[in-house]
Design a protein around this ligand. Structure first.
Ligand code: SF4
Ligand code: SF4
Length: 559
């Protein structure tokens, strides 16, 4: 703790006067009325007592008077872990209402770092940190998979625009823009990469993506591990220097933007010699400079905007996303409260990786669900991949009739492409002709949707509604691809997955997980068999379903 104390942290540790004005700011408090253990000041005091005991003279002389105390047992360590990881998303909303300027999130992060330094943390935090240390990105995406995904999106874009590639240049030196992304885009949302590439291409940008050090997210912000934070940030900074890039553009991710642009130089003790910019500002600039033209009537659904805590409250990105939204959609409505006052998506602070706290997280999401519902909007837009996952999860849980998307998707959809680059009328094609598929899902609507999309594109489709049927149908039909829901009745789906993987008759069968329960991923990914070739979060669209199926099946592109 002595190494982590600075003026900002100490100021917050000593300033609280227990007025209680911060209490109602916290989404955990609002979801758990009558439980004082969720109050920001209570949580802060559990950390503050350590500071008082070891660093404040009052606590060393009169510990009983100022409620100072140390930690001696595993139970006390576990209690602290439960508070700092499981009862606070470091959203910083409570600090807005504190007359003393106490910033709980700052020293909550410090307390997380202390626990991590002695090996006490939720399992998800350990796994993600390990991946970012060892593989270089927090989702463990291998370099070959990253490059393959960029090449796949490049080919799709060439098909769409009818121009020769490469449209996603990799490691091109001396570019005006080096574009860095969140590994979630590679693993679960490659369309965001293609959409960004389309915008760069139409804007005539001289840009590139790095082959290594490309992850702009940073789990050090969530785990409190400054060494991890510094190491991750430095990899990206140095790669841009190696490529002689003039500007680093950071795709839409709240904690990635905050870590890379604001905190990373301090963690890494690195003087970054080039400009860093959020892609939201880049897209807005392209429109204002006339480098791209947009037609807002192409996005006619009603849209609201969720401010990511890191982008908005911590980095001041309030007006630019709204200005951009108003240029690319016809019906934008504010959510209330908004901007700095907005509530956390409840998946922040790394909460999406801590599955043990999922019920508590979803319960605390009630206020966010009510906020979303009150807008009456069909779509919620956010500039953060973490918020996309958090919001999608609470939308499913509270059964809201709403989809989540990002600005890059809306800008790409609204792009007006000059005639010369327009797609020539393509002949009728059935890209999945000749492929045999099994779709396994217990929701009748979902299984019908999946089957219809695949059949409309030429595939022969068989359906299964539980784990046993999936196993039996796959063994009988030996399909090229099986789509697998993770939450079906009957035999445990993790077990079904492992049996399918170990069945030598099904060696060539690809598997794509399609789930509305991301916390169940470990049922599959923790097994010592080959992971699935594809993964999609529900709700899936026809476009993402086909893109993923074609990628997994390696369906050749049009000549
Ligand atoms: S930082 Fe956010 S989650 Fe944590 S106590 Fe404050 S309001 Fe609650
Ligand atoms: S508002 Fe500030 S001073 Fe009052 S209880 Fe909360 S943290 Fe303490």
């Amino acid at each position: 703790m002595g190494q982590k104390l600075n003026r900002q942290v100490v100021g917050s540790l000593v300033a609280c006067v227990h007025c209680g004005m911060c209490t109602e700011s916290c989404h955990y408090v609002l979801a758990n009325p009558g439980d004082p253990t969720y109050a920001p000041a209570y949580k802060a005091d559990r950390i503050r007592k350590l500071f008082k005991r070891h660093f404040d003279w009052t606590g060393r002389i009169f510990p009983w008077w100022v409620k100072a105390g140390s930690i001696f047992t595993d139970e006390e360590l576990e209690e602290l872990k439960d508070i700092v990881f499981g009862k606070c998303t470091n959203c910083r909303r409570c600090s807005l209402n504190c007359p003393m300027g106490v910033d709980l999130a700052t020293f909550n992060r410090m307390a997380r770092g202390l626990l991590v330094s002695v090996g006490v943390m939720p399992e998800g935090v350990a796994v993600v940190s390990k991946d970012q240390w060892e593989i270089g990105n927090q989702m463990g995406v291998l370099k070959e998979d990253y490059i393959e995904t960029l090449e796949w999106m490049d080919e799709e874009l060439q098909d769409e625009l009818g121009v020769p590639g490469p449209l996603i240049p990799i490691d091109r030196p001396d570019c005006d823009v080096v574009y860095s992304i969140n590994p979630r885009e590679v693993k679960y949302d490659p369309r965001s990469i293609a959409d960004a590439a389309k915008i760069f291409h139409v804007a005539g940008e001289n840009w590139t993506m790095p082959s290594e050090g490309w992850d702009m997210t940073n789990f050090g912000l969530f785990s409190g591990d400054d060494d991890l934070g510094g190491s991750v940030a430095k990899r990206l900074y140095e790669k841009v220097i190696e490529l002689r890039g003039k500007k680093l553009v950071i795709s839409e991710c709240g904690h990635g933007y905050r870590s890379t642009r604001c905190e990373g130089p301090n963690w890494a003790k690195f003087d970054v010699p080039y400009e860093m910019e959020s892609s939201v500002l880049t897209m807005l600039r392209y429109i204002k400079e006339g480098r791209i033209k947009v037609d807002k009537t192409r996005n006619s659904k009603s849209v609201t905007f969720h401010d990511s805590c890191n982008n908005a409250r911590s980095c001041g990105l309030f007006e630019e996303p709204r200005e951009l939204l108003n240029l690319v959609v016809t019906d934008f409505r504010e959510m209330h409260p908004n901007r700095a006052e907005n509530y956390c998506c409840t998946g922040g602070g790394g909460a999406m990786s801590m599955s043990e706290y999922t019920p508590r997280r979803l319960k605390s999401a009630k206020i966010k669900a009510e906020q979303l519902k009150a807008t009456g909007a069909e779509v919620v837009v956010t500039s953060c991949h973490n918020c996309v996952d958090g919001l999608a999860d609470l939308i499913r849980h509270y059964k809201l009739d709403m989809e989540v998307t990002q600005l890059v998707n809306l800008v790409a959809d609204a792009l007006v492409i000059e005639e010369k680059a327009a797609v020539p009328a393509a002949p009728e094609e059935l890209p999945l002709s000749g492929w045999k598929l099994v779709v396994a899902d217990d929701e009748p609507d979902q299984v019908t949707f999946l089957a219809t999309v695949f059949e409309d594109h030429g595939a022969k489709v068989f359906q299964a509604v539980n784990g046993d049927e999936a196993l039996e149908t796959a063994r009988r039909e030996k399909p090229h691809l099986l789509t697998l829901d993770l939450a079906m009745p009957g035999r445990d789906v993790g077990e079904v997955f492992e049996m399918l993987r170990k069945d030598e008759q099904l060696n060539g069968m690809k598997i794509c997980v399609i789930t509305g329960r991301p916390e169940l991923r470990k049922l599959i990914y923790d097994r010592s068999v080959k992971p699935p070739e594809g993964y999609l979060d529900k709700p899936v669209t026809e476009e993402t379903l086909l893109l993923t199926a074609r990628k997994v099946l390696e369906v050749p592109h049009k000549a």
